[in-house]
Design a protein around this ligand. Sequence first.
Ligand code: SF4
Length: 368
Amino acid sequence: MSRVKNVSQRREPTSDEHLASMRMVVKEGAADRPGIYRMLSPTGEVVYVGKSKRVRTRLLSYFRCSYPEEKGARILREAESIDWEYTPSEFAALLRELRLIKAFRPRLNVAMKRDVLHYSFIKITRGAAPKLAVVRGASADDASVYYGPFVGAQRIGDALRELSDVLMLRDCKSDMKMHFSDQQELFQLSPRTPGCIRFEIGKCLGPCVGGCSVSEYAERVAMARAFLDGDDDGPIGMLKSRMEDASAALQFERAAAYRDKLNRLEVLREQFARLRFAVEKLSFVYTVPGHEGADRVYLVKRGVVRAELEKPRSSSQRTKLKQLVGDIFSTHESSGLSVPTHEIEELLLLSSWFRRFPKELGRTKQVS
Ligand code: SF4
């Protein structure tokens, strides 16, 4: 269906003559169809990947940049050749572009990085004593668990601090050495001192100072995960009972402080509920009309395309689609909000697509 065309003239990338020849090949060879294109350096490095509804028009626009500081001119300065590939639709081009960017990480593709950095995620770090943290974007190469995406890092950060405090999870530097109570050294001569005041004021179990065992700490991390997954309201219950105790003891200032903490956690819970709804809503069969009848069907589950195939024309193709739908949608996945890092960019891409083109939801079919 798609066609690859190479323009590979080995000349100085900045020379006007070379640019004119690249332009000519685009003008003669490229069609106004949806697709993606790659800009390649003289060494063959993919320096930029783009997509367009009309590849020819888009590529020719690069050659019309009037100022050297324009984005298109900067990209062309680095490129010595362009290749392109057609896709059945703009949506297909968007997905293909994302996959190529993930595969090549072209240095001039900053848009995607910026999009991801716009959002915050809650991260549960790995290791013996995981902690909760708010991060911008997500690192594809670590094994932490991410929840999100969210906007409003400050509010999420405040709520997360309350969650860490109530569950007494650590919030110190990742390289802080841990000494669990069931892992004390045999010949330890003097008592350890905690790395910060949180242990002494009852806001951390103190895994740095033998204040808890490995399993006691793990239990609290599990409670944090259950709360973030929306499976358990334990931390809210803990704060409520502390507030009620303070109130019964006529410690009204204390009770008010607990109420504020409670409010911050409830804000987080509400934001999670909204987000969960949004992620769940992005689960359907999406049929996209393609160029010259090349319609395609995308099976989208929790904001990620799990499979795609040609729109079925025969009964055997329809049976195949039905089977695939059954396989994909009957597989149970946690209804929580943890998102595997490799899926975050696609989730952001799909939510932004349906936000920009809400009418496209009319082409989707929920799977019951
Ligand atoms: S008490 Fe120890 S483990 Fe807890 S936050 Fe402070 S340094 Fe980290």
